[in-house]
Structures are given as C-alpha cells and as structure tokens.
Design a protein around this ligand. Structure first.
Ligand code: UDP
Ligand code: MG
Length: 328
C-alpha cells in the first residue's frame, strides 16, 4: 500500500523546514504502524521565494519527496489539483502547507480509511482565526450550508484523506472554478470524520488575500447552488405583485375622483428601487455567466513547469532522452 500526501506551497519559506520535519515524521509513523510506503508531493504554486529550492534540496536526500513546480501562480485550488493528479497512492492525504492542520493526525485518518471509509474528513472543533477573518469564515459556512443544493461538510477544510476510488471519481470532475470541499462531498462514497483543533498558521502571513477568499467563497456558492437565480425570480415576482397592487390603488383613486397631489416621491423611489433590483439581478447572472465562459474555454487547470524527484528534473531527463544530448 502507498499513501500519498499532497501539499500546495506558495511563498512559505519561513515554515518549509518545520513542515517537512513534521510531515515526514508523520509519514514515518504511518510506515511504522501499518507498514505502508509513503510519498510526499509538494506543489510549488509559483513561489517567488526560496520555497521551491528548499523542497528540491530536501528531495535529494529523501526519495519520498517530490516537487511539482507550476509554471506560475495558479492559486490554491489549481495547485491541489496538480498534486492530486500526480499522486500515485492507494490513499491520498490533502494538507495545507501552513501547519494550521496537524500532520500528527495522519495516523487517525489512515485508521478510519482502514476501517472501510473512502473519504475521511478532518473536522475542526475550533478555529484559531480571529476578528474579521473569523467572522467572514463563520458567516460563509452559514450561508453555504443554507444555499448549497447538496449537504456540505461544514467546518471542514481541505485536510482529509481520499482513497483511490474516491479520488478517481473526484478527478473526473473537470470544472475550472473549483471548491474542493464541495466536490469532495459531491462524489459521495462512504465517509468518516476525525475531529481536531485548528491552530494558527505556524509562520508567515496568510497567502490567500481577502479578495482570493471572496472568489473562493463565490465559487463555492455559485457552483453548488442555483438558489441565487431562484431568488431573483422570487424578488421579481414580489416586486411585480407590489407594482400591480399599487396600480390598482391608483386607478381606484381616479375612479372615485379622489384628487392626488402629483409628486416626485413615488416615481423616484420606484425607479431607484427597480434599478437596484435589476442591477443586482444582472450581477448575479454575470457571476454565473463568467463561470460558464471560464468552463467553455476548456483551459487546463494548471501548467506544470517542472517535476523533481531525488533532486533531479524529470523534464530535463525527458528532453535528454528525446534529443540524445546533455541538457542542464
Ligand atoms: N497557497 C497556494 N497558492 C496560492 C495561495 C495559497 O498554493 O495562491 C497555499 C499556501 O501556501 C498554503 C495553502 O495554500 O499552503 C493555504 O493557504 P493559506 O493558509 O494562506 O490560506 P487560508 O488559511 O488563509 O485559507
Ligand atoms: Mg491557512
């Protein structure tokens, strides 16, 4: 049996060494307890610091470490996708690279998999985020739970184990605007959970800006829910009903010869209100339309720049065998 571990990395030089130490430690523990082989796929998502170089150096001495370097920064979800597509394991563990989720939990994930679960999700008992981020995370999960057309795993992020069968189903989902926790739920299969407390990031600043998080949150809602579209429909219905009632009222005033002082208030309010409703509605349509546009372009989700195993570049080796010449 082989267990793969996939970690996306973007400018994490402050904590790479600590990350490698703890993750390989947890991998050793799996090998010791179950006798399973392990591999560690670190996907460098176009880091501009020494992250990639550090990982490459580590891969020289530890053959389990594989570095997949993307050709530029494609974002968290694309980096995860790259790792998952290259993972060879009978089961694959997904972990964020900031040590907010403890690698020491690998053992528990593997236990649950061995007990017959295809997807094992680590669920947070608590979160270490504070202030605005905490508020946004909590509101997001509340909204998503209400909106989503399928039941979502709330309070769980990426940290999970997916076995071969479930991963193959997952990789068949080719959409570009990806929300991994949602897709992981969508594929179904027998599921287990493991509970844990979430830490602060071990070092450095969050690599996902608030704008990125918003995009990610919108992807979650718009790709798993038609409710915003239905809400437009309902809103239009309510507004038209009110308008009809108001028209009847005005006609009645005329019929009964009740004089109305002509004013600007009513038309102004009506125009502003309807204008607002229409703009919001067009905006929501735009969110779906933009995503449809993204999907029809059929671009790959990521582009690999290079892959290093044992410190050596696979691409250089390929080029060499093609041309029969020495390549640096
Ligand atoms: N990450 C990435 N590409 C990006 C942004 C982030 O691969 O464009 C990685 C990052 O290095 C980390 C993980 O994704 O390993 C989660 O990022 P972060 O902790 O910043 O996200 P947050 O915890 O704020 O959701
Ligand atoms: Mg984080």
């Amino acid at each position: 049996m082989l267990v793969s571990v996939v970690i996306p990395i973007y400018n994490e030089e402050e904590l790479i060494d600590e990350l490698l130490r703890r993750v390989t430690g947890a991998m050793d523990a799996i090998t010791a307890s179950h006798g399973f082989a392990t591999e560690l796929l670190l996907v460098d998502d176009g880091s501009r610091d020494t992250s990639a170089a550090r990982i490459q150096a580590a891969s020289v001495t530890d053959p389990r470490i594989i570095l997949i370097s993307l050709s530029r920064n494609f974002g968290h979800q694309a980096a995860l996708q790259a790792g998952l597509e290259h993972a060879a394991g009978d089961a694959t563990i997904i972990l964020d690279g900031d040590l907010q989720d403890p690698p020491e939990l690998f053992g528990a994930l593997v236990e649950s998999w061995q007990a017959g679960n295809h997807v094992v999700v680590a669920k947070r008992k608590s979160r270490a985020e504070k202030g605005l981020r905490l508020f946004l995370f909590n509101s997001f999960y509340k909204v998503l739970g209400k909106m989503s057309d399928i039941p979502m795993d709330l309070n769980s992020g990426h940290f999970s184990l997916i076995d071969r069968q479930a991963l193959d189903s997952f990789l068949e989902l080719r959409e570009r605007n990806r929300f991994l926790p949602g897709l992981r739920t969508w594929v179904g299969h027998k599921r287990g959970t493991v509970l844990y407390d979430r830490d602060e990031r071990a070092a450095g600043t969050p690599k996902m800006s608030l704008a990125h998080l918003m995009k990610y949150g919108f992807d979650a809602i718009f790709s798993f829910s038609f409710k915003p579209l239905r809400a437009i429909w309902a809103l239009g219905f309510v507004v038209s009903t009110l308008a009809i009632l108001y028209a009847i009222f005005l006609i009645a005033l005329r019929v009964f010869h009740i004089d109305v002082v002509p004013g600007f208030t009513t038309p102004t309010v009506a125009i502003l209100f309807l204008g607002g409703v229409q703009l919001i509605s067009i905006g929501i349509l735009g969110e779906y339309l933009g995503r449809i546009y993204d999907e029809v372009k059929q671009r790959p989700i990521y582009v690999v720049g290079n892959i290093f195993r044992n410190g050596a570049s696979e691409f250089a080796a390929k080029a060499k065998s093609r041309k029969g010449v020495e390549v640096e």
